[in-house]
Design a protein around this ligand. Sequence first.
Ligand SMILES: [Zn+2]
Ligand SMILES: [Zn+2]
Length: 338
Amino acid sequence: MLASSKTPRWIKAEREGIHLPTIDWWIDPSRPAANALVTHGHADHARGGHGQVWATCATRDIIALRYGTPTGGRDLDYNEPLDIGDSITATFVPAGHVLGSAQILLERQGERIIVTGDYKRRPDPTCLPFQPTPCDILITEATFALPIFTHPPIEREIARLLAAREANPDRCILIGAYALGKAQRIIAELRRAGYHETIWLHGAMVAMCELYERHGIEFGALALVSEASREALKGQIIVCPPSSLNSAWARRLPDPINAMASGWMRVRQRAVQRNVELPLIISDHCDWNELTGTILELSPEETWITHGREDALLHWCAQHQMRARALDLVGREEDDTG
Ligand SMILES: [Zn+2]
Ligand SMILES: [Zn+2]
């Protein structure tokens, strides 16, 4: 419970991230900080150059892979409270977004604040599910915060993908998928759907898939596209970074059916712009119903909204007599992680 109707003095939303000013700790800071609590490994949340980095084991491994090993801080288990000074504790709670992703619960003298980072409410075979956590202030992402964004069941999108492959034995399916999270989820979901053939990877996907495997996620047979002949890739499924769709690299593939896995594929124009023939609406973020459902479920005293379409969610909160405000964090642009 908040001690007064005013924002607690020990937390401040600044342009560079969420700041705990009494101890000068930051959450997902966009510039180098002495002490950074990091929700997950995507580049708009995890940057290089911090002093101490406190994150889950998988997130610290991802940071090490991208920027080199952090100099200080340590791995935190989920639900392990960390005393960070000024009577504040930080606890990492599963966010269901990508491997290692966490919400951060900040507590001080009975006041509870949740920083969700990015999250989703759908099951994902590559990470632990979102753990709803009661709080006074909920700081939520709003990437897909418009009622038009409703993500279909992933089973439906995977079935469309497999049907396209079945119908086109002389072509390959080339899926553009973000290298951290999306790519691994697609592979795991293909396996769950009973697809057991080799899945082919662009070279840029390999290191992150291996990292997931070291953390116990199983993918079955994966191989590098560069090791296969054009003929051998007919009727096969290939996963590449979104930037490699329509690239010179893709030209040696057998008549690829361009697919792209993203929540943005709900917007037809986005698929057209990227020359995507098979848009797959697969997102690692909440859709509109998941966002509003989470706010209703947790019913915090106040909701702070960041990176996305704040206006629609602000309006929705007002309609439901819930206090809300939009934050103005820098560097949280929409991108292919969607
Ligand atoms: Zn993210
Ligand atoms: Zn994000």
